[in-house]
Design a protein around this ligand. Structure first.
Ligand SMILES: Nc1ncnc2c1ncn2[C@@H]1O[C@H](COP(=O)(O)OP(=O)(O)O)[C@@H](O)[C@H]1O
Ligand SMILES: [Mg+2]
Length: 215
């Protein structure tokens, strides 16, 4: 089977905590640019699924390939290499409160182990991409929840990952902000980014006619 850049492929993947299997023989295959919703009740294993792809939770058996990287052969020193190919968005935004939107996006670029030319320009570009060019100098407490999440998305995509993992990104948002974030993620996938969005939010699943993985 081919595992091109931007693809996510699991075959009978098993993962969990201690002796407990949370993901029990999950099989799925996503191509670059696909927009996938990962659903299931609270506790079903959505976050665990994201953590497996992000190299936090180990693949216990089966096969897994993320952006061409073989999860079975993921040694601890390779995890940062995997994460560099991914973007991650959390429900709670995880912005640093004392930094501006621009600084929040720029800081990880400056701290990256690989060198990125002109982090300032790259950060501005990412903020433009999410429609927040005008709010670059605002701190999180002067942004709405939806705007904060878009800053977090800018931070997640600034290094141009092929795959974006979003774990309940609309969990704290009202309906309008939820749609804005979903539209943005859909646009990113149309541009070729593979987007995996974990949610148990019925609003997010309404009108969604793409691929759904039920856990
Ligand atoms: N770090 C952990 N250690 C042990 N069990 C965990 C840990 N994280 C999650 N779990 C358990 O794994 C199951 C799946 O959790 P999770 O992946 O967070 O589900 P979801 O994101 O769908 O709500 C739950 O039963 C949860 O209690
Ligand atoms: Mg979760």
């Amino acid at each position: 089977m081919e595992h091109p850049p931007g693809s996510v492929v699991l075959q009978d993947a098993v993962a969990g905590y201690g002796t407990r299997k949370v993901l029990d023989r999950i099989t799925c295959s996503y191509v670059p640019g696909q927009f996938v919703m990962v659903t299931g009740a609270s506790g079903a294993g959505k976050t665990t699924f994201m953590r497996l792809l992000y190299g936090v939770v180990r693949l216990r058996s089966g096969e897994g390939f993320v952006d061409g990287i073989d999860l079975r052969r993921l040694w601890p020193w390779q995890v940062s290499g995997l994460r560099r190919r991914l973007g991650f968005v959390f429900q709670s935004y995880e912005l640093l409160p004392h930094l501006t939107a621009l600084e929040n996006v720029r800081l990880p670029l400056e701290l990256a182990q690989w060198s990125i030319e002109s982090p300032e320009d790259v950060a501005h570009q990412a903020l433009r991409r999410v429609g927040l060019a005008d709010l670059a100098d605002r701190r999180p407490d002067h942004l709405s929840g939806g705007q904060q999440q878009r800053v977090a998305i800018a931070r997640a995509i600034a290094h141009q990952p092929r795959i974006l993992l979003a774990d309940e990104p609309t969990g704290n948002l009202d309906t309008i902000a939820t749609w804005q974030v979903l539209d943005l993620l859909a646009e990113l996938s149309e541009d070729g980014m593979t987007v995996l969005l974990a949610t148990h939010d019925a609003t997010a699943l309404q009108h969604f006619d793409g691929e759904v993985l039920r856990l």
